[in-house]
Design a protein around this ligand. Structure first.
Ligand code: 5AD
Ligand code: SF4
Length: 458
């Protein structure tokens, strides 16, 4: 058996792709190793969204070169492959800067990996680049054979983006918007269920732009897909990410109200609280449009938790624009969020914009924004103290604590050592993969602590 080491950078879709790659390569005789020095094939599944992620790829490639030079001379040199969005955007450059790389493969063409691997040592290296956007989507070639039992599983249903925000590389690295057919998605759902999945997280760069056709040829959208998946008794929880404000259709909003398995959590990036900056970002919505969508979602699902992505220091962002973003955060009180310093991405429109913001100013603004976001997250978590929640138990950590997820996407720790938890566990043994009533006994910045509700045992 040959050994494969995969390192994954970036978003959840990359993690999904890495799983598919390891399934694909297991058919070619590769099994996973956690140690790169033992590997016959080292694969980096890369991210191009910000400059830092790209730098990481190149510094890891430098480290791989050194370890190859130092390794046992009798051992065959491992094959080195770079996959993902850096491969897509900078394939030729990778081969030039790091000639010890054997294969470069883009996110839409990794199904070609077995064939590329068989060619290493046989043909000229420069031919081992595949960064095509194939006409037949990769999903049609993947077996989606799930090897491991996984309580919570990602499932990519949509890829690519046609929105062209002026700062973003995704439309170039992942290509145009594409939705998988409902048949293909449901086949994968069934395979995941067989392997013990209880929660499905539907993924897409614009997941709520997903569409397909039903048996009668009528157009269906994400809400319909969620209803379909929820028909399986084994599935206890459904989530989706990432959504775009312009694609929040009424059916999806109604599904939040009507479908108990759809968790009350919505990741809906706005990026900035200034209309001036939103226009320069080519977001095609205003702050007011965004607030109206949130109001509407809350009308249907009052307890829904909202999270967002923010970029600080976009070219031309003034103190006034930044204050407007802080105001928006105070108004919406996001329950959790991701925030980033603007990173110039070569080839995107905003890379050439004037008035790039000084790095020091970006640092100050990021800190201000994150401390505002943190306050709201802390208050949100505190709200749950002494209340009961239904928690999906995911696994046990190294400290022998059970780790679960709340409906609002909070991590919940349940310590086995607590006496009342021991009593509960004496009666209920196999709790991993179950939704269990838990009382929250402590709340922190990023997590909650809970104890099992003995009353629920009856
Ligand atoms: N600079 C900083 N952040 C970016 N994002 C996307 N492109 C950039 C960039 N050039 C952020 C956005 C997006 C998230 C996935 O990454 O906030 O929602
Ligand atoms: Fe990038 Fe999202 Fe904008 Fe598409 S909608 S260009 S993925 S930030």
């Amino acid at each position: 058996m040959k050994r494969l080491f995969i390192k994954t950078y970036g978003c959840q879709m990359n993690f999904y792709d890495s799983e598919q790659i390891s399934n694909l390569l297991s058919s070619s005789g590769y099994s996973i190793t956690e140690k790169s020095e033992d590997a016959d094939l080292i694969l980096l599944n890369t991210c191009h969204i910000r400059d830092k992620a790209v730098e990481k790829t190149f510094s890891d490639l430098g480290r791989i070169k050194k370890s190859i030079q130092l390794s046992d001379k009798k051992k065959l040199k491992p094959i080195v492959a770079v996959a993902g969005c850096v491969a897509q955007a900078q394939g030729e450059e990778i081969m030039k800067r790091s000639p010890w790389v054997d294969i470069v493969v883009g996110p839409q063409s990794y199904t070609d990996l077995p064939s590329l691997i068989s060619k290493v040592n046989k043909v000229e290296k420069k031919k081992l680049i595949n960064i095509d956007f194939p006409t037949i989507p990769k999903f049609d070639f993947l077996e989606h054979d799930v090897k491991e039992k996984k309580i919570s599983s990602f499932l990519t249903i949509q890829e690519g983006c046609d929105k062209f925000c002026s700062f973003c590389v995704v439309p170039y690295t992942r290509g145009p918007e594409y939705s998988r057919s409902i048949e293909s998605v449901m086949m994968e759902v069934k395979k995941l269920i067989k392997r013990g999945t209880r929660e499905i997280i539907l993924l897409g760069q614009n997941v709520n732009a997903w569409t397909s056709r039903d048996d009668r040829g009528s157009l269906i959208t994400l809400g319909n897909l969620i209803d379909e998946i929820s028909k399986y008794d084994e599935i206890l929880s459904i989530r989706y990410t990432t959504s775009h404000p312009l694609d929040m259709d009424l059916k999806l909003i109604e599904t939040h109200q009507n479908n108990k398995k759809l968790m009350p959590y919505l990741h809906l990036p706005i990026q900035s609280g200034s209309n001036n900056i939103l226009a320069k970002m080519n977001r095609k919505h205003t702050v007011d449009d965004y607030l109206k969508i949130i109001d509407k979602v809350k009308k249907y699902k009052p307890d829904i938790a909202i999270s967002s992505d923010f970029i600080v220091g976009f070219p031309g962002e003034t103190d006034q624009d930044h204050s407007e973003t802080l105001e928006l955060i105070k108004k919406v009180k996001f329950e959790s969020s991701y925030s980033f310093k603007y990173s110039v991405r070569p080839g995107t429109p905003s890379a050439t914009y004037e008035k790039q913001v000084d790095e020091k100013i970006k640092n100050v603004r990021l800190q201000e924004l994150q401390s505002e976001l943190k306050k709201h997250q802390f208050v949100f978590n505190q709200k749950f103290l002494n209340s009961k929640m239904s928690i999906l138990i995911l696994h046990k950590n190294k400290k022998n604590q059970y780790v679960g997820k709340s409906p609002y996407n909070q991590t919940v720790i349940i310590d086995e050592k607590l006496e009342s938890n021991q009593k509960y566990l004496n009666k209920c043994k196999n709790i991993i993969g179950q939704m269990i009533d838990v009382t929250i006994i402590s709340s922190f910045q990023n997590s909650l602590e809970g104890k099992f509700s003995l009353e629920s045992l009856g």
